[in-house]
Design a protein. Structure first.
Length: 67
């Protein structure tokens, strides 16, 4: 398994003036161009489909994994 280019970072998020506990974001630790994992790419494609994004863009995303 390849090492990640990101690391988890605890962040403070304020919603309606109140802090939200236990929020994790991801910060870049190694700059470069990387392909998303197959699992993450699947989430991206499903989200694009559910949100009704243009079919051309969805096809572009599918081709990133060769599918």
């Amino acid at each position: 398994m390849a090492k990640s280019a990101y690391k988890p970072v605890n962040v403070t998020v304020i919603v309606d003036g109140k802090p939200v506990p236990d929020v994790i974001s991801y910060g870049v630790i190694k700059k470069g161009q990387y392909r998303p994992s197959e699992a993450y790419l699947d989430v991206i494609v499903k989200g694009a489909e559910e949100q009704g994004l243009p079919e051309g863009y969805i096809e572009f995303l599918r081709k990133l994994s060769g599918g």
